[in-house]
Design a protein. Structure first.
Length: 275
């Protein structure tokens, strides 16, 4: 899509360091900069331990940087906000509530009256193809359906930013591909900003306007890759394959460098014996 020139999210020299009870320092995210524009779909990818979840938690307001700042719409992010919704891999549904009641929960928290809330909730369920399942409980739904309920609940309150932390990782391949297409269709209609964490490089190329590759030890922003392909995208297209190959090569370099650093640290801890 055509990128807006309106800055939505900005990390300025933002970093996060944790300390153990013994005072040992762990840098989860090395201080760095990242700008995300209004309406962009940005995918964060990288090996385990590279800081992807740290970044998305800082943006969502679940955690605070130990240096630098995180801003959304020019204001510091100090806490979660109903204008910014997070969707997790484990759905986060209330098991005792029906699909409809799960969607209604967010709307009631936003202060909508009963009639308007129900209208919006049913529209949101219809948007993800679950009208017929509105009275079902989570245990009566498949994994894909549960994730669609979570998506409906998020979109019903009309957030300006949607954070998604590996939302499709636990789903089978067919369901995952289907939900990718549904997400892109909903995003086109709602025109929201999406930050999407994934380990699936193919998924990142398929969904993202831009891919931010991260590296571990310490977690940091390593590569910023715009995907200049129109939607809908074709996985068998030569241009798609070009971006896939470029991303896999960049990821491979990060992975090998992380492996070398890990081996060097182990040898250092063992007194350089290499045993």
């Amino acid at each position: 899509m055509q990128k807006s020139q309106t800055l939505k999210i900005s990390l300025q020299h933002a970093g996060k360091t944790f300390y153990s009870s013994s005072g040992e320092q762990h840098i989860a995210l090395k201080a760095g900069n990242l700008d995300i524009y209004e309406g962009e779909f940005v995918c964060l990818v990288g090996p385990s331990g590279c800081g992807k979840s740290t970044v998305i938690n800082l943006m969502a307001g679940f955690d605070q940087p130990t240096e630098g700042s995180v801003q959304i719409d020019g204001k510091a992010v100090l806490s979660p906000d109903p204008d910014r919704i997070m969707i997790f891999q484990d759905y986060g549904l209330f098991p005792w509530k029906t699909a409809l009641d799960n969607v209604l929960f967010g709307l009631k928290c936003r202060g909508f009256g009963a009639v308007e809330a129900r209208k919006k909730a049913m529209a949101a369920l219809a948007g993800v193809g679950l009208t017929a399942y509105a009275q079902r409980h989570p245990h009566e739904l498949s994994g894909g359906m549960k994730q669609r309920v979570a998506l409906a609940r998020a979109l019903a309150v009309e957030p300006s930013v949607l954070f998604m932390d590996e939302p499709f990782a636990a789903l089978d391949a067919f369901t995952r591909l289907h939900l990718q297409d549904e997400l892109l269709e909903l995003r086109k209609k709602k025109k929201i900003t999406v930050i999407f964490v994934t380990h699936d490089l193919d998924e990142a190329v398929y969904l993202g306007d831009r891919i931010v590759l991260m590296a571990p030890n310490p977690g940091r922003f390593e590569n910023n890759m715009p995907i200049e392909l129109p939607f809908p995208r074709n996985r068998t297209d030569k241009q798609f394959d070009h971006y896939r190959k470029e991303l896999f090569e960049a990821f491979d370099l990060v992975h090998k460098e992380a492996g070398r650093k890990s081996m060097a640290e182990e040898e250092l801890q063992q007194g350089g014996s290499g045993i």
